[in-house]
Design a protein around this ligand. Sequence first.
Ligand SMILES: *[C@@H]1O[C@H](CO)[C@@H](O)[C@H](O)[C@H]1NC(C)=O
Ligand SMILES: *[C@@H]1O[C@H](CO)[C@@H](O)[C@H](O)[C@H]1NC(C)=O
Ligand SMILES: *[C@@H]1O[C@H](CO)[C@@H](O)[C@H](O)[C@H]1NC(C)=O
Ligand SMILES: *[C@@H]1O[C@H](CO)[C@@H](O)[C@H](O)[C@H]1NC(C)=O
Ligand SMILES: *[C@@H]1O[C@H](CO)[C@@H](O)[C@H](O)[C@H]1NC(C)=O
Ligand SMILES: *[C@@H]1O[C@H](CO)[C@@H](O)[C@H](O)[C@H]1NC(C)=O
Ligand SMILES: *[C@@H]1O[C@H](CO)[C@@H](O)[C@H](O)[C@H]1NC(C)=O
Ligand SMILES: *[C@@H]1O[C@H](CO)[C@@H](O)[C@H](O)[C@H]1NC(C)=O
Ligand SMILES: *[C@@H]1O[C@H](CO)[C@@H](O)[C@H](O)[C@H]1NC(C)=O
Length: 415
Amino acid sequence: MAKLYHIVPLTFGSIRGSLQSTVAFLITIFVIAFIYFARGNGGLFDQKELLTDNSTSQRSTDPNQSSESCDLSSGKWVFDNKSYPLYKEEECKFMLGENACKEYGRKDMNYLHWRWQPHHCNLLRFNATVLLERLRNKRMVFVGDSLNRGQWLSMVCLVDKVIPPGLKSLHYHFNHSLTTMRAEEYNASIEFYWSPMLVESNSDDPWHHLVPDPTVRIKSIYKHARHWTNADILIFNAYNWWNRPFVNTLWGTFESGIVKRVEMLRSYEMGLKTWSDWLEIHIDHNKSQLFFMSMSPSHKWGEEWGKSARENCYNEQEMIKTEGYRGNETDPRMMRIVEDAISDLGKRGLPVKLVNITQLSEYRKDGHPSIYRKHWGALSEEQLSKPTSYSDCTHWCLPGVPDVWNELLYTHIFS
Ligand SMILES: *[C@@H]1O[C@H](CO)[C@@H](O)[C@H](O)[C@H]1NC(C)=O
Ligand SMILES: *[C@@H]1O[C@H](CO)[C@@H](O)[C@H](O)[C@H]1NC(C)=O
Ligand SMILES: *[C@@H]1O[C@H](CO)[C@@H](O)[C@H](O)[C@H]1NC(C)=O
Ligand SMILES: *[C@@H]1O[C@H](CO)[C@@H](O)[C@H](O)[C@H]1NC(C)=O
Ligand SMILES: *[C@@H]1O[C@H](CO)[C@@H](O)[C@H](O)[C@H]1NC(C)=O
Ligand SMILES: *[C@@H]1O[C@H](CO)[C@@H](O)[C@H](O)[C@H]1NC(C)=O
Ligand SMILES: *[C@@H]1O[C@H](CO)[C@@H](O)[C@H](O)[C@H]1NC(C)=O
Ligand SMILES: *[C@@H]1O[C@H](CO)[C@@H](O)[C@H](O)[C@H]1NC(C)=O
Ligand SMILES: *[C@@H]1O[C@H](CO)[C@@H](O)[C@H](O)[C@H]1NC(C)=O
């Protein structure tokens, strides 16, 4: 609307007095009516339509339209089976079992066809060639837990189809802590570094990390950071492994240190301090672009969307349609701590962009693998008879929600 108002003085600048204001008034009415009817249903504030309108508004390729000032995280999901999914699960060469829902038996297909539409601007259209060009002679490294690995995989799948076979490869380094997808033509790499709590912990072994009550070595990050400090684009995350009431917090070494059970928020704050202090000293401000992904929500409690307490994301084929919905495992206090750590780093001269994916993912109870993924252990008869008991309501199917996280990331990289 702001744009249309500018037309008024331009077109009618020479008309004076009351005629001018009358014309301006009529145009205003016309503009309002136009916007009202252009929405089709006339229901500007209709809750039900908020998330299911499937008008195919074209996305912008002009970075100026996706201005930094617009909140990309506030918007709605729009059904769009023309452009989505952005790739096919079976065509992504590097697909992993924990995200390959179709391969592991998921039959419903609706979850594949949703586009995120911010309320006041557009996301940039993801262009794999443009991204690879941006990464020429560079490293893009995702650092964090398995949700971050899912986002890494989504990024790999998004660029996979524009790289000819034979010119891409996957490598493992440092005992599989680092996974690297290389695009040879570009000398570019898209990497994932496993460190689920960012700082050192006893969950750092990429093979044997399922420690029920992990211990963080709160002041130490060097063991990990030396492998990613020189990267050109860094994407961090850290929530799920911290999200428990108390965290075993270690000062000193694992062999001869002092461990205390510390209230999680306090420990989390200390961990992020270690992380931000490292960045402040070691990152080349002119070279690297830094991002932190906000919390990825899970859908473990059917009660929260009106089902029974025993149900979860299993069999969910539709999203939650209440605007602003928030599950109870999403902890705003943790998000505040991340925001504070980032804003403090900004004051110390190092900008980190927080990419807010929490709200848009909250709606997507239909986006998790549930039982349709690779399961590591054999499942018992009892489990098999009760699918909810082994449903994965934390990770995401690919193609799916993390593709949209990467569209947000892409928009920020080029803004
Ligand atoms: C999308 O739009 C088409 C035609 O305009 C309509 O038939 C269809 O039901 C809509 N789908 C959804 C999910 O709203
Ligand atoms: C975006 O805006 C800047 C300054 O306002 C301008 O220099 C640039 O050419 C614009 N980019 C595009 C793609 O329009
Ligand atoms: C998209 O969905 C609409 C409504 O469900 C359907 O009529 C149409 O055939 C679908 N198009 C494609 C390309 O799948
Ligand atoms: C991606 O960008 C390249 C280079 O700017 C352009 O040639 C190509 O048409 C774009 N692809 C799509 C699908 O827009
Ligand atoms: C290839 O990329 C790496 C960074 O990943 C860079 O250090 C190296 O100089 C590049 N090689 C060439 C030939 O540009
Ligand atoms: C690699 O991981 C294995 C399995 O946890 C472990 O036994 C081995 O010591 C590790 N090797 C190195 C060099 O860290
Ligand atoms: C970063 O760029 C600024 C301005 O161009 C320059 O003054 C500064 O020395 C650079 N810093 C590094 C670490 O290269
Ligand atoms: C969320 O709600 C469920 C039941 O509705 C409850 O069992 C669970 O403990 C709650 N989780 C948190 C973190 O409050
Ligand atoms: C993300 O956005 C939601 C809603 O727009 C907001 O409630 C939340 O605080 C934001 N999270 C962060 C970490 O900024």
